[in-house]
Design a protein around this ligand. Sequence first.
Ligand code: SAH
Length: 350
Amino acid sequence: MKSLIDKLYKTTALTADEYKELLDNRNPELSEYLFEKAREVRIENYGYDVYIRGLIEFTNYCKNDCYYCGIRRSNKNAERYRLTKDQILECCSMGYDLGFRTFVLQGGEDGYFTDEKIVDIVSSIKRKYPDCAVTLSIGERSYESYKAFFDAGADRYLLRHETANAEHYGKLHPKSMSLENRKQCLYYLKDIGYQVGCGFMVGSPFQTTDCLVEDLLFINELNPHMVGIGPYIPHHDTPFAGEKAGTLELTLFLLGIIRLMLPQVLLPATTALGTIHPKGRELGILAGANVVMPNLSPKSVRNKYLLYDNKICTGDEAAECLRCLQKRIESIGYRISASRGDHKSIALKQ
Ligand code: SAH
């Protein structure tokens, strides 16, 4: 199996059968070998820097009804909130003072935030903080909407594909949603010129090794700037409440593979990874990740953006979160970078 890792390291791609063989034959020794290679590639490209993104969860209203997600439309127990433009700018101001140079605006698919409102928010942030990147993560919209946000100054867009297998996609989402549209959106975003992130949940219900192989092949085809993966974690008020969570072990293994596939990719050690294991994010970085996304949302709404149960850091101030993460990152020999943390291909152009 080590020869497959060597091949992936040298060529950045394997065949479907080879990915399957690698995933099916995981063991602790093989994982350690993979992580060593992944760290080598990561350090070659980004040194020991870890990029930080200030996450602003600005609305938990959502018109969608994804079976896994705690803020799905049908969850009547979710306490809904929206931040005002001023509250969002307040989060940015606090974040800027703490050293953040990327703000990620994430939310449910909330019709209240029309294109006009998003354009206004993005352009206000960019006017005030021209040295910062703005990332949007607000789901599926039209080509024209994405273009308008980009023209207003949005730099990056996160839209996880969730699963690259259409049948699996159908088991996680209601009929009104399709993998085809999700993929179309990702290609639109790339076309327009965003730094684009796709990704998926590890261990989501009905996921098979073949699904994961398709995810890897899709990531290879899309060639995104960022890939967000984290374990699936059940939420008690969803149809998948009784399902099992994804594992730390498989998530780390996939992080390692993705680092070797896309040597320059921006790869977060996610909050979900930190939720299923106390050292999840540190282990993620040691498996090849190079980004963390601490929460900048106001403390008053933190415990309302609950996609899954037991989410960490919901009671902390942003400054506390950052201090805690800084310590964790330094404890494993890495350091937080004060830069925007663009993808290497973009950073070179500027
Ligand atoms: N509405 C936006 C943002 C979605 S929330 C969009 O459609 O892109 C961001 C990500 O959280 C989702 O893409 C999904 O992969 C993840 N997520 C949702 N529910 C989850 C759960 N129960 N466990 C782990 N991750 C989850």
